[in-house]
Design a protein around this ligand. Structure first.
Ligand code: NIG
Ligand code: FE
Length: 381
């Protein structure tokens, strides 16, 4: 089965020679991009889709979400907007709700959230556990997540559960909980932050994960300066996410190691914290990824277009840089070469916009600009 998309007003492929083309066509065959060129040279295919001047972009790669949870924390958000500060302790409220949800309920919540992401143009999603914080619940969270994406992350080390001793809990996280979760996870993550886990604790958790075959990524430098980014660079993690408070040494370490810096502006929007400085990272040559951090506490959005608008308006990115970070940047963060771009051979995950240019994603914030989402080869899923 082959499909040719014609009269693409603006086609974003991220090809080295011509990353953005006009009046283009693209052929999909067997779920992969098979041909890219001018509309007038487009070959015949089984199916022809005339997009009449619309822009076509790669599907978004959201490399940071926590969407296995029950309940919401809109009351906390309301209180913050009235002046209350965010604290990581709020996570425990979601833990209480998630622990009592059964498999059928969590499955339907996750399926609905995945559909929400997809409808807004996201075609690759990383999903973390971390709202059960007990062996069976973390295993269940990852087992459910794994039905929807290969990019699953074990986050038993989110916070120490209510009433538990940190050392005892970490023994569980690196022992029976890891054993139960590893078969369903690709990644391991730790919330390395004051009020959660320090660098030594994080190092132990990530090493145990690695020994069980999981690849490390980190929540780092979200609420204040700290050791998370340096730790990510020291151990060669795929990503250090948040990066809101960075020293010059942190920026240098990210640039030198190639660790992806995940920026999650939905968090700063919803916590009133200062936004991370994407300009500083990009100018230093850091690989930047943009993600939603979809979670009930700090970022209840599933919308990559919203995050792109914030990145352009508040993080100092150009429109093209923000789109690149939301696609190719996410792919870097997940160490994927088959998604995040539309070069020949890529998975044909693409979005047709209700707009002539990707610039409209930031120019028309809050407007539903996703006309059609196509997903290509399901390899690995
Ligand atoms: O990425 N930082 C840790 N985890 C989430 C917040 C979780 C919560 O507040 O429920 C985050 O922001
Ligand atoms: Fe997070």
């Amino acid at each position: 089965m082959s499909t040719v998309y014609t009269r693409i007003g603006q086609l974003v492929t991220w090809d080295d020679e011509q990353p953005i083309r006009t009046d283009a066509a693209l052929v999909v065959e067997g779920g992969r991009v098979a041909w890219v060129g001018d509309t007038q040279n487009a070959p015949a295919a089984d199916e022809r889709v005339d997009v009449a001047g619309a822009a076509v972009i790669p599907g978004f790669v959201d490399a940071h979400t926590h969407l296995v949870f029950d309940g919401d924390r809109s009351g906390e958000f309301e209180a913050r907007m009235a002046g209350r500060a965010y604290t990581a302790g709020g996570i425990r409220a979601t833990v209480a709700r998630t622990r009592v949800a059964d498999e059928a309920r969590l499955e339907s919540l996750v399926a609905a959230r995945m559909a929400e992401l997809h409808a807004q143009g996201t075609t690759t999603v990383e999903v973390k556990s971390g709202y059960a914080l007990e062996v069976a619940g973390e295993e269940l969270s990852l087992r459910i997540a794994r039905r929807h994406t290969p990019e699953t992350t074990y986050l038993g080390a989110h916070v120490v559960p209510e009433g538990q001793d940190a050392d005892a809990y970490l023994t569980t996280v690196t022992g029976p909980m890891l054993q139960a979760c590893a078969p369903h996870a690709r990644w391991i993550d730790v919330f390395c932050e004051r009020g959660a886990f320090d660098a030594d604790q994080a190092r132990v958790v990530l090493a145990a994960g690695r020994a069980a075959g999981l690849e490390p990524r980190l929540h780092a430098n979200q609420l204040g300066f700290g050791p998370g980014v340096q730790l990510a660079c020291e151990i060669g993690a795929a990503a250090a996410d948040h990066c809101t408070y960075l020293t010059d040494d942190d920026v240098d370490a990210l640039a030198q190691t190639g660790v992806a810096a995940g920026l999650l502006p939905g968090v700063e929007f919803s916590t009133r914290h200062p936004y991370p400085d994407a300009r500083r990272l990009l100018d230093a040559g850091v690989r930047v990824a943009l993600a939603t951090d979809f979670n009930p506490g700090t970022s209840a959005t599933s919308s990559m277009p919203f995050c792109i608008a914030l990145a352009v308006r508040e993080l100092g990115m150009t429109c093209a840089e923000a789109l690149f970070a939301a696609t190719q940047g996410g792919a870097w963060s997940l160490r994927r070469s088959d998604v995040g771009h539309l070069r020949i051979g890529a998975r044909a995950d693409l979005v047709v916009l209700n707009a002539p240019s990707h610039v409209h994603l930031a120019y028309r914030p809050g407007v539903p600009l996703v006309r059609h989402v196509a997903r290509g080869a399901m390899s690995g899923e």
